[in-house]
Design a protein around this ligand. Structure first.
Ligand code: NOJ
Length: 561
């Protein structure tokens, strides 16, 4: 059965959202995790040449922009989120020439490129930190980080009780150049990731300069890592208790979401606005509420923030509706678009998160969740491989794991490697076209079952998840009710079912007329409803509706009215 159920009512050329002013308000942004996307040189590690070669795939998929996770020079203690040189490419990913080629080719295809910026911390191999260590206590270079003397009789205890997000104390003690025990430095993440002191003007200047470097390279914006972490509460006060990890994102913390961060983003916005073409900043900001997140998106600050509340919402109609309303309500006062995201490189893939009973159920729900997300007003993020319906890989052997949190006593479970397994592109033998040679290496092993999930295997199969995404993204471009906006109109629906209308914007030349409706059945039983219109696209095979229609269990349907 064809998932894309209806054709446009007229053949008028659709408008490419990427060419619209304020393109970011409705953009679908595809996250490329470079080490796992495509391996151009056959060493088992994805790279920029691999990305460049696959750009036509992303164009044909129908996304507007590509966000590249870090590719900078890095010892890879945290998969590149430990940056040693912000203006250099790690040799494992290529060269600046390769980055330039990716940006140029993407632009030639009408795709925008967003790069990951990591301003909260650098690598312990960064020149500033290495020199600060070498110069010893009293070095002015130490003021660019958070060096403190320890507590206790001989400074043997950390300066405060903050915990690292990866487990253990957020402080590591240094050795002085003469070999004696020295001061401690703060790292909210791994010990190899010392936090910058953002009170220091040299840090502020350096990052404005880094922004300009990448803007001059032609990038269209930045995903800002740990955007909420840059400023710490004055005096670095104790938390007073352990277990701080579970408070992230739901309670005020002295190391996150301090009011001082906004001054930084106001200064960055001025830099972004110096450049033509709507260059954007996207905050990875964990805050206690959607209202606090909205503060990052005031008109003179950043453009978007990830919607982690939505990502964390389970497969439940009432909870989803609450999360959607809360997001739209919070963004309206600052006139920023809501964003929607189901997966990224830090969380269990949603096809597995939604699988309460079986993998088949998880995939069914994931497909429905994709149609729900892409029907909502604002901008949507697609994590590489979700368009293939990839599940989390849950049986990686310990010896191949690389996530630093896996190695921490009392740390997290090391689950982040399972969503970072290289993509299957083609063929029947690993690495399934990830690298150039059949039987060649891949930095994490791929399950044998992924042969069936490859891009090649799914292309042209109307029931495949890939074709569902392609159809949905094509319709989203064409239908004037989809994309930007700040409201949905909820319609009465049985318990466990979501139904909402989106009203077409006035758009001369649009191929579609009339409104758009989305229905989502989150229950495990089919639900009968009066047919709300003409079906456009469904996440599962749909019987031709008469006056009534049956919404299959765990499904979503797009309707034209
Ligand atoms: C958030 C990134 O998404 C994650 O992968 C990384 O480990 C931390 N920030 C630290 O940079």
């Amino acid at each position: 059965m064809t998932q894309h159920l209806a054709a446009p009512t007229s053949g008028t050329e659709s408008v490419n959202p990427g060419e619209r002013p304020e393109w970011w308000r409705e953009a679908v942004i595809y996250q490329v995790y470079p080490r796992s996307f495509a391996d151009g040189n056959g060493d088992g590690m994805g790279d920029l040449e691999g990305v460049r070669r696959r750009l036509p795939y992303l164009k044909a998929l129908g996304v507007d922009a590509v966000w590249l996770s870090p590719f900078y020079a890095s010892p890879q203690a945290d998969a590149g989120y430990d940056v040693a040189d912000y203006r250099a490419i790690d040799p494992m990913f290529g060269t600046l020439h390769d980055a330039d080629a990716v940006i140029r080719d993407a632009h030639a295809l009408g795709l925008r490129i967003i790069v990951d910026l990591v301003p909260n911390h650098c690598s312990d191999q960064h020149d500033w930190f290495q020199r600060a260590l070498a110069e010893g206590p009293g070095s002015p270079l130490r003021e660019r980080f958070h060096f403190r003397t320890g507590q206790g009789h001989a400074g043997e205890l950390p300066p405060n009780d903050w915990e690292s997000i990866f487990g253990g104390p957020a402080w590591t003690r240094t050795k002085n150049p003469d070999g004696t025990h020295g001061d401690w430095y703060l790292h909210l993440f791994a010990p190899e990731q010392p936090d910058f002191n953002w009170e220091h003007p040299a840090v502020q200047d350096e990052f404005r300069s880094i922004l300009r470097f990448w803007l001059d390279m032609g990038t269209d914006g930045f995903r800002i890592d740990v955007a909420h972490g840059l400023v710490k509460a004055a005096g670095l006060p104790d938390m007073g208790h352990a277990g701080q990890l579970r408070l992230l994102g739901n309670q005020a913390l002295p190391f996150f979401d301090q009011d001082g961060v906004h001054e930084i983003y106001r200064s960055w916005r001025k830099v972004l606005d110096e450049y033509a073409g709507d260059r954007i900043g996207v905050a990875e900001a964990w805050t206690p509420s959607a209202e606090r997140t909205a503060l990052y998106l005031r008109p003179d600050e950043l453009h978007q923030a990830f919607n982690f509340h939505y990502l964390g919402t389970g497969w439940n109609a009432a909870a989803l509706r609450e999360a959607i309303d809360a997001s739209l309500d919070a963004m309206r006062p600052v006139a920023a678009p809501s964003t929607w995201v189901l997966s990224n490189h830090d969380v269990v893939r949603h096809a597995t998160r939604f699988a309460d009973e079986s993998a088949e159920q998880g995939l069914r729900r994931a497909r429905a969740a994709a149609l729900l997300m892409l029907a909502l007003p604002g901008s949507a993020y697609v994590y590489q491989g979700e368009e293939l319906g990839l599940p989390e890989v849950t049986d990686l052997p310990d010896e191949v794991r690389q996530d630093p949190s896996f190695f921490k006593e009392n740390g997290q479970d090391g689950l982040r490697d399972g969503c970072r397994v290289p993509l299957p592109w083609s063929g029947t033998e690993a690495p399934y076209g990830f690298g150039p040679a059949a039987g060649g290496p891949s930095w994490l092993p791929q399950p044998a079952s992924w042969a069936e999930l490859s891009v090649e295997a799914q292309t042209g199969d109307p029931d495949s998840t890939l074709e569902l995404y392609r159809s949905a993204l094509a319709l989203r471009r064409e239908h004037p009710a989809l994309g930007a906006g700040d409201a949905v109109e909820w319609l009465d629906a049985p318990e466990g079912v979501l139904a909402f209308r989106r009203t077409a914007r006035v758009d001369g030349g649009a191929a579609w007329h009339g409104d758009f409706l989305c229905t989502v059945n989150t229950t495990s039983e089919p639900v009968r409803l009066p047919a709300p219109g003409r079906p456009l696209l469904a996440s599962v095979p749909l019987a031709a509706p008469g006056d009534e229609t049956e919404l299959p269990a765990d499904s979503a349907v797009w309707w034209a009215t």
